[in-house]
Write a protein that binds this ligand. Sequence first.
Ligand code: UD1
Length: 432
Amino acid sequence: MKLILVAGARPNFMKIAPLVRAFDEFNEQRRSDGAENRKRERRGKKKKKRDETGSTNGEKIWYLLVHTGQHYDDGMSDLFFRDLGLPKPDIYLGVGSGTHAEQTGRIMVEFEKVCLREKPDLVMVVGDVNSTVACALVATKLLIPVAHVEAGLRSFDRTMPEEINRLLTDQISDFLFTTCEDANRNLLREGIAKEKIHFVGNVMIDTLRRHLQVAKKSTIIERLGLAEDGEVKKYALLTLHRPSNVDSPLVLKKIFGAINEIAMRIPVIFPVHPRTLIRVQEFGLNGLMNYMKINEIEATYLTKRSNKKTNLKRMLAVPPLGYLDFLCLMSRAALVLTDSGGIQEETTILGVPCLTLRSNTERPVTVREGTNFVVGNDPRKIKEMAFYILENEIPPRRVLKYWDGKAAERIVRVLVKHFKFEYNEKSRIAGH
Ligand code: UD1
């Protein structure tokens, strides 16, 4: 079978990495099964018994990786490909930034050309970004089946662009791969046929489990001056990029006020998303944070000017970090404050307390069974909860079903069973 796997923005890259690996592993397995069968045939023995997919001859998943270019900077994209060991995209659409309509429209126009040329059997999209809905819509109109990985999550807040992307993508998808029971229920409630829903677990957690040990070897804690005599200091980690938090000067200023009060007690590290940095500059809020490149911080520590220069009574903002450095920082943090979706799940698995600075979450399982607290963006609440967490033990999380590092493998099993691999070798993707 021939499949197009789409990625566009930073959170997508962690989700496609285990899928790429699962496709490769499956193909490798098929190759050796095929070789074994041919050997047996040559020796005059009967072919091996057919497997559950009905195939015996080493057919494979020909996949083509398409990067839409929604995120394009080294720090937002290439660094993740390197950290996650992802192959270079086969096709780069280079759509870049713009308004929602501009970005979505550009992706659709370019992706349609790819689908018409490549004629895939399936288009697979992940998550909830503009690239997800744009490519799903193109495929479904060309009558190409669509698989949505991380389907069914709902914040029930239609002011969020991601909620619109999730709702629409799920309505037009043929395979809905879910991470939790809540998602299954949401999809059934929206009238999605039960046969289309496959509860497989969380591919982003596949990536976390695979990289955690390597990430722990990162030197980012030392480079940020967060260790003294080999002892890691207590510190907090902050991320912010949602329009509801960063597009209003008043709201952003209030959040920064609360964060700086936390920073009076413990260092707060803030890897800044490019859209947030633009807003901070626009609103003239630069004075509320120390913004430094990592090598400047190192130089400051080395010349022992740290206290005066870096004034750690204010949050320490740094450019976006790669996957491994960020995972390392997250895993050792006393507290994470965020408005991201994925980080709520990652902190749950790491057992690190997380304050979600939003009024809702599409991932309630991380609140019920994990370490997540949804506190909104009221500064009083943020401070209260942060200080409570810093002074109290947070109960351990429960084990979440299928967040076990094998979600991508389950997805491959579903696809193989369904498609039975009727694939014509002649239309094989060049270079694969
Ligand atoms: C997008 C996703 C959001 C996801 C987030 C993670 C949508 C609707 N939103 O939001 O769900 O959580 O990515 O980062 O798809 N920019 C750069 N360099 C880049 C990419 C972006 O400088 O490589 C700047 C540009 O100024 C751009 C702004 O960031 O205008 C916003 O980027 P965009 O991809 O449109 O949305 P995000 O806010 O990143």
